[in-house]
Design a protein around this ligand. Structure first.
Ligand code: ADP
Length: 501
C-alpha cells in the first residue's frame, strides 16, 4: 500500500503560472510519483488553457457556496511527461478571466469567493472520485481554507482523517480581506478570533491555515527560520514561531531538463563542467545581442527578475554609477515596476558601451543570459527559495547574492584563501555593500582566474533536482500522517523510510 496525496493549488506549470508556486506544483508531484506515491493534483480551469485537450468527466460536481450550490464541470489531464492525474474545476464565472488573480498591481474583488470555491471544490472532488488521501497538500493563501475545512465541515467524515500540509511559497501574500468576508467562506462567526482568522482587525486566510494544518512547510530552511522573526514574518512571525516544531524548510528543486547547458536549445553552444569551451561562444553571442563590445576579457555581469521591491533592484540602481565606472559589462532583463523600468531604460541609452537592459519577459533570453554571463546578481530583500541562482550555478555563472532565505542555502561564499565557494555573498542590503561585492567578483575575475574556473566547475556540479526534495516531502507526509492519526503510516513506504533514516 502506498501513500496517497492530493495537491491543491491555484497554479500548476505549465498550465498556469505567475511565479515559483506554479513551478513547484508542476514538478514536485512528478518526483513524488516516481517514488511510488499515488499523487493527484487539483486546480481551476482558467481562460487561455487548451480546454479541448482535457477529458471531460461526468458531472456536475456540486460545490457548496455561501449563495447556494455551484454546479461545476471537471476536466482531467496529466502533468506533462508523467502519469500524474490533474483535475481542473470548471466554473466560468470565477475563472474564465484574463488574469489569475487580477490585473497587475491589483486583485479581483471576489478573490476570497473564487478561492473558497477552489478549496471547498477540491475536497468535494476528492470525495466524488473516491480518492481518500492520507495527506492533502495545500499551497499559499489561495488554498488556505483547505486545512480549515478538513477540521470543520469534514469533521467526523472520512476526509477528517487526512493529514494536511500547508506550504508557504511567499509569505508576502496572505489573503487579507474585511472581516465580513468570513461569511463567504461558509464558516461561522466563531472562527473570527485571534487564534484563527482574525489578525489586527482583518480576515487573514493564511493565519487560518497556519493554525489548522497538521504540518507546515516553506521552500528553504533559511526562510523557515527567517519567517519566525519580525523582519520577515510579515506580521505572522508570532503565529509561525508558536508552531516552530511543526514547520520545516525544504529547498525547491529546479527543472534540470529545461535548465541544462549540455542540451539547452536556446543557447549559442552547449557545454558541460568538463567541456566548458561552449560558454565562451555563449558570452560572445550575448555581447553581440546586447550591442556591447565583443571582448572575452571583459567580465559580463547580469541580472534577471521581476522588478519589484522584493528583488532589491532599487539598491542595484543606486549602485550602478559606481559599478559602471569599472571595466565591466552589465546586462539586465526584467519587468514590473514602471519607475525601475524607466530608470534602467535611460541608463541603457546613456551607457551603451557597458550596460544593456531589456524591459520585458522573455524566457529564451533568460536562458541566453544565464549561459553567456560570467556573474549573476541577486540583491533580494527576501527570497523564500529563488530559482535563478540555481539556474546560474548550473550554467557556471557565479551568483552575487544577498544572504537571505534560499540564497543562503544554495550559494556558498567565496574564500579567497582557498578558492572554496560557489559565489559571492553579502549581508547588508545597501548600494555600497552590493557595489563592493560586485567589485570583489570583478577583482577575482582579473586577479585569480583559476579560482573563478574552480568555482564554476564546482557550481555546475551541484545537484538541484527535485528527487532530493521529494524524499524530504515524503518524510514530512509520514510525519503529518502520524500526527494526525496518532500512529505511523502502515505501508511499505514507512518501512523504507525507516530503513533509510
Ligand atoms: P520569483 O519566483 O520570486 O520571481 P525566482 O528566482 O524563484 O523568483 O524565479 C524567477 C523565474 O522567473 C526565473 O525562472 C527567471 O528566469 C524568470 N524571470 C523573471 N523575470 C523574467 C523576465 N523578465 N524574463 C524572463 N524570465 C524571467
Amino acid at each position: 500500500m502506498g501513500l496517497k496525496v492530493m495537491f491543491v493549488s491555484s497554479e500548476v506549470a505549465p498550465f498556469a503560472k505567475t511565479g515559483g508556486l506554479g513551478d513547484v506544483v508542476g514538478a514536485l508531484p512528478k518526483a513524488l510519483h516516481r517514488r511510488g506515491i499515488d499523487v493527484r493534483v487539483v486546480m481551476p480551469l482558467y481562460a487561455g488553457m487548451n480546454w479541448d485537450a482535457l477529458e471531460k468527466l461526468d458531472g456536475p460536481l456540486r460545490i457548496p457556496m455561501w449563495w447556494g450550490t455551484a454546479r461545476s464541470g471537471v476536466r482531467l489531464g496529466r502533468l506533462p511527461g508523467s502519469e500524474v492525474p490533474i483535475y481542473f474545476l470548471e466554473y466560468h464565472r470565477y475563472f474564465d478571466r484574463p488574469y489569475l488573480y487580477g490585473p497587475p498591481g491589483s486583485g479581483y474583488d471576489d478573490n476570497v469567493e473564487r478561492f473558497t470555491y477552489l478549496s471547498r471544490g477540491a475536497l468535494e472532488l476528492t470525495k466524488a472520485i473516491n480518492f481518500l488521501p492520507d495527506v492533502i497538500h495545500a499551497n499559499d493563501w489561495q488554498t488556505a481554507l483547505v486545512p480549515v475545512y478538513v477540521n470543520t465541515v469534514e469533521w467526523a467524515q472520512p476526509l477528517h482523517g487526512a493529514a494536511t500540509v500547508y506550504t508557504i511559497h511567499n509569505l508576502a501574500y496572505q489573503g487579507i480581506a474585511d472581516s465580513g468576508a468570513l461569511s463567504i467562506t461558509g464558516l461561522g462567526r466563531e472562527h473570527y478570533n485571534s487564534g484563527e482568522f482574525e489578525h489586527f482587525g482583518t480576515l487573514n486566510l493564511t493565519k487560518g491555515a497556519l493554525r489548522h494544518s497538521t504540518m507546515l512547510s516553506t521552500v528553504s530552511p533559511s526562510y523557515a527560520k527567517e519567517i519566525q522573526t519580525p523582519d520577515f514574518g510579515c506580521g505572522l512571525d508570532g503565529v509561525l514561531h508558536a508552531r516552530h516544531g511543526d514547520l520545516v524548510g525544504i529547498l525547491n528543486g529546479i527543472d534540470v531538463d529545461e535548465w541544462n547547458p549540455a542540451t539547452d536549445p536556446h543557447i549559442a553552444a552547449q557545454y558541460t563542467a568538463a567541456r566548458i569551451e561552449g560558454k565562451s561562444a555563449c558570452k560572445a553571442a550575448l555581447q553581440t545581442e546586447a550591442g556591447l563590445p565583443l571582448d572575452p576579457r571583459i567580465p559580463l555581469f547580469s541580472a534577471v527578475g521581476r522588478l519589484t521591491h522584493q528583488k532589491g533592484f532599487d539598491v542595484l540602481a543606486h549602485s550602478m554609477d559606481r559599478v559602471l565606472s569599472w571595466d565591466l559589462q552589465f546586462v539586465l532583463l526584467g519587468n514590473g515596476d514602471r519607475e525601475a523600468e524607466q530608470y534602467f531604460r535611460t541608463l541603457s541609452a546613456r551607457r551603451p558601451d557597458r550596460f544593456r537592459a531589456w524591459l520585458g519577459f522573455d524566457n529564451h533570453l533568460a536562458h541566453r543570459i544565464e549561459a553567456g554571463a560570467d556573474f549573476f546578481v541577486m540583491p533580494s530583500r527576501f527570497e523564500p527559495c529563488g530559482l535563478s541562482q540555481m539556474y546560474s550555478l548550473r550554467y557556471g555563472t557565479l551568483p552575487i547574492a544577498r544572504a537571505t532565505g534560499g540564497l543562503i542555502d544554495t550559494v556558498q561564499t567565496y574564500d579567497q584563501a582557498t578558492g572554496a565557494g560557489t559565489g559571492f555573498v553579502f549581508g547588508d542590503l545597501t548600494p555600497d555593500a552590493l557595489a563592493n561585492t560586485i567589485g570583489w567578483a570583478l577583482s577575482t575575475f582579473f586577479d585569480r582566474p583559476d579560482h573563478v574556473n574552480i568555482m564554476r566547475k564546482r557550481a555546475m556540479e551541484q545537484d538541484f533536482s527535485w528527487d532530493a526534495a521529494a524524499e524530504t516531502y515524503e518524510r514530512l507526509y509520514l510525519d503529518a500522517y502520524r500526527h494526525r492519526r496518532g500512529h505511523a503510516f502502515p505501508g511499505r513506504l514507512l518501512a523504507e523510510a525507516r530503513r533509510t533514516a
